[in-house]
Write a protein that binds this ligand. Sequence first.
Ligand code: SAM
Ligand code: SF4
Length: 333
Amino acid sequence: MPLVDQYGRKIEYMRVSVTDRCNLRCIYCMPPEGVKSVPHNEILTFDEIERIAGIGAGLGITRIRLTGGEPLVRRGLPVLLGRLKRIEGMEQVTLTTNGTLLKHQISELVSSGMDGVNISIDTLNEEKYRKITRTGRLGDALEGVEAALGFPGLHVKVNCVPLGEDEGEDWVRMAALAKERHLEVRFIEIMPVGTGRQYSGPGREKIYETLRAAFGEAEMYTERLGNGPADYVRFPGFAGRIGFISAISHPFCDTCNRVRLTPEGYLKTCLQYGTGTDLRKLIRAGADDREIEDAFRDAVYNKPACHCFPDKDTEQERPTGYLETRNMSGIGG
Ligand code: SAM
Ligand code: SF4
């Protein structure tokens, strides 16, 4: 029986956050200091993650994305990736990273079976990159991209969360990465989660119009590509596609296929809500696979119908139920 929720949505994709820690401090994701880290003994071990993933696979999870915090700060990540990849029924294991440590680990990740990597870079302006990440060096992230492109079979995406309204030049430079290179550049709308509430970004229409003025009329993709909610276009002569993910202005809740596993082992069924189930508690209380399966299935069944982030135009909060208050780094973006 496939894993479905009460609204008939099939859940087959799980984002697994392996740590809440990060080597950067992006302004919309974490405060500059005073971040209380989850104690090590409360973070799932590799054995626990593998067990949950195996149970998930038995229920119908076929794809996993490793994320964080910064997943590459967790020691031995390629080993975990290989273990997840070997689970029966697991078709894809991918990674989302800020890319700054990627060049040192890419070979091991690829030999462990990594199917794709998303690298987050919000601007190609060095100074702005430093301001946004507070501590990062753009060159390190770009070296990560180049290292990933050195593996021809690997699916590489660059994720950009634009923050300013008038940064057309930045968007054009960012999109141009996909002109010569076989990678996707995706513009992701900022979400009012944690410190992200203090920021807002441009609408996708504004970005698209700016890119159209620079590159010409784009070919639209109407069919869904990949695991996620991006809408894609391709500009003339481009090797790669440009995607837009706009959870607030263009919600995709009706086709949501995902759940999240937090570093502490909470199976979270919607980014905005605290709803889900504490799998670590069950595991550490000695639950057998059947009990964990039941909890997994129940949590998925009760997945909220839709997020209710405040409407950007009316600024009206429309929340119901128990809302998430943590930063994205703690949840696993
Ligand atoms: N550290 C890794 C990275 O930066 O890719 C993985 C974790 S990070 C939380 C995953 C993604 O979430 C990044 O692309 C980041 O830009 C995005 N993100 C963080 N806070 C966000 C927010 N408030 N709204 C939209 N995206 C956000
Ligand atoms: Fe770290 Fe990623 Fe959050 Fe930036 S977006 S602070 S790199 S977890």
